[in-house]
Design a protein around this ligand. Sequence first.
Ligand code: ADP
Ligand code: MG
Length: 396
Amino acid sequence: MASPLQNQDPTRIGGFTLHRRLAIGGMGVVYLGRSRGGHVVAVKTVRPEIAAAPEFRRRFATEVRTARRVGGFYGAEVVDSDTDGDPPWLATAYIPGPTLHQAVIDHGPMPLASVTCMGAGLAEALHLVHSKGVVHRDVKPGNVILGEHGPRLIDFGIARALDVTSHTLTGTIMGTAAFMSPEQARGEDVGPSGDVFSLGCLLAYAATGRHPFGDGAAHAVTYRIVHQDPDLTGLPHPLAGTVARCLAKDPDERPSPARVLEECGDAAGDGPPDDAAAWPPDTVTEVIDAHKTMLLTLVDPEGGKAPIPPKKAKKRKKGKKRKKGSGSPPPGGTTGAKRPRAGRNRRRARPVRVGTPPPWRTAGATMSPSPTSSLPAGTPARARSGATGSTVTTPR
Ligand SMILES: Nc1ncnc2c1ncn2[C@@H]1O[C@H](COP(=O)(O)OP(=O)(O)O)[C@@H](O)[C@H]1O
Ligand SMILES: [Mg+2]
């Protein structure tokens, strides 16, 4: 979930205090940070050796511009950045929740209703991304965070604006091998339908726990992507049909994101799926709760015990002693640390804010119409919401 800072890690970047490592990405470490006002962010940094190359700095600046252009409604809101800094960094609103990659590794395939809910959410996200003239080009499980209110598409590291000439050299393959479209794998130009292909791979992976073009070395997987049919065994109807259409070799034969959104609604049965039951899946709810608990421990600088999650707190009676070792241990190895005593030095926990809940789905509410006004009528009211290299990278 998150690991402690290491000796070489900075403790501050921009206006943010860094508390944990969230991930080690292709470009550098992503940290969990807090603003002075208590807002929690993910701070993505670029490793010095990469930052030394002007091309990478430029690409990072493009990532920041693209992420700002797309906005945070379906992804992570850009809070601040310094692409000329040392290191260059980008702070986005922290989204508590596992990536799809982590969720499938830890808990296996997701229930069908949750997959279709996620599919609709991501299709809607792509619809918006494309309507802003951007192609993501790295839609994969590691770039999808399963948030409380829906899936969020992050990481515009190799995204490309359709209205500007790409600085990518023709023939250079960028992206993640296992989730690339055939045209991307061939080093050709990738349009919006390339993202739809990747979405198809991702949905199959979420529903079955297997990649539709199999595992193995990157070149073997890309070969199958380009030349062979996907293995959709175990994918229930009608989701299998939608996924198969997304995985068409010919980009022109793939459905639009708006069409995928519509079909995901149908795939869940008659009428819109029951959002409340489908999202978030139980296993994801547990991880989201754990992330939130971790956030609360950040404001206890002396490393006190993990706060009691709200549900359990209700049950605990006043005066009743807590069983030793009960409850979830706080991350960062602080189990057993003494709670700071009340008194002059006791620092009061300040609230931690994790961004604004997206308006598209609050409990029992419907989606805010703004970015989706051109979507087909009656589509389900759900959804929210690279590091690069000149060679293919391993799936994440
Ligand atoms: N806003 C965010 N909220 C929560 N976690 C994040 C956020 N941004 C990044 N992460 C975490 O950091 C990882 C790497 O971030 P990403 O932007 O995908 O960088 P990379 O280019 O290295 O793949 C993600 O898979 C996710 O675990
Ligand atoms: Mg990524």
